[in-house]
Design a binder for this molecule. Sequence first.
Ligand SMILES: [Zn+2]
Length: 307
Amino acid sequence: MNKLLLVLSVLFSVSAYAQNISQEKVVTILNDLASDEMKGREIGTPENDSAATYIAKRFAESNLAFCTGSSYLVPFEYTGRTVYNVCGLKKGKSDKNLAFSAHFDHIGSNGNSGDNVFNGADDNASGVTAVIGIADYFKDIKPDFSMMFMAFNGEEKGMKGSKAIAEATDLQPLFSKTAALFNFEMLATVSQFGNNALYMTGDEFSDLDELINANSKDGLKINADPYTGQNLFYRSDNVVFARKNIVAHSFSTVDMRVATHYHQLNDDIGVVNFDNLTLLINSLGNTIQQLKPGNFAPRYNEKVNLK
Ligand SMILES: [Zn+2]
């Protein structure tokens, strides 16, 4: 092989492979979202708008297309104000898509003196960081499935954002081709199953977890929901899409028995295990890269209640 050919083939092989997201970038994104300047990202505040704009900027860096219109920001009305979900699209070899989502709003701040910002580093800057990180992972590759990336607003006020975007007329052609939706909720801590492990809510309702584990790379493990008494499947944004007959589950690491930071002021950057979060994002990226319409068609069974 002559030198030019060698250089070209090296360049080509580099561009054809996925790029793992660096831990440094994971730290930056999560810190930005959970900063005091974001004031807890409560829906209807200017800082919530800033968070949406920030996520849109990150989607642009991953060269995502707009899901609709001429912006990643998808507006809806909330108590007389225009607020935003964020949506970006990666075109794959098939127009069948996989959707990745996380809510980006949190519960704001209280009026007390001292530390009064609910930073929501785990709930749910961590989930949004995973969505951005997976988009970044696929920046230079063309996956088999197309991919939708969504950041939902207003989850804390009753899943307002996911309900709005699920009904957006322009997006129905995309949702009609969604093979599965992966919703990320609270990924900042190491799960009771150890490193590089998630649990899936409502695991008994579909074969999604089995299909992911069958294609798992880099040691990623999806576990059954250990907190079935809490009905988490029906309490998070995934259920809005489940009711559209899309196989949609939430994925988390949070240990519900010991999560004393849940909706507390100390849900800040100090609770985040960045080694594990970076590992999870990259092993999810590599695993998702294995999924093709031919080997991945998850289905619900009769146990799920979608009424
Ligand atoms: Zn919350």
